[in-house]
Design a protein around this ligand. Sequence first.
Ligand SMILES: [Zn+2]
Length: 88
Amino acid sequence: MKSIYCSFFGHQYEVSKKITYHVKEYKCSHCNAQMTTNGNGKLTPLTPKYKEINSVLERIHYRRTSRIKQEETIRSTEEALLNFTPHF
Ligand SMILES: [Zn+2]
């Protein structure tokens, strides 16, 4: 719901969630209207479709930033498997 304040002064968006370095979700501090950055870097209403896109983006971004950690885990798992000597 748009408040009277917003219809006079426009929405006061605050970052509610950081998805990636470029994509963020915003929330109006007066009426709770939600917006997000789309592919063109412009603000667009946060529809369920965009929420879905953002959750995918967030997952990809998280995987990217944690890749080094994951590679280490994979390597140590591989080493553990290679060093495994079966005891018969
Ligand atoms: Zn507002």
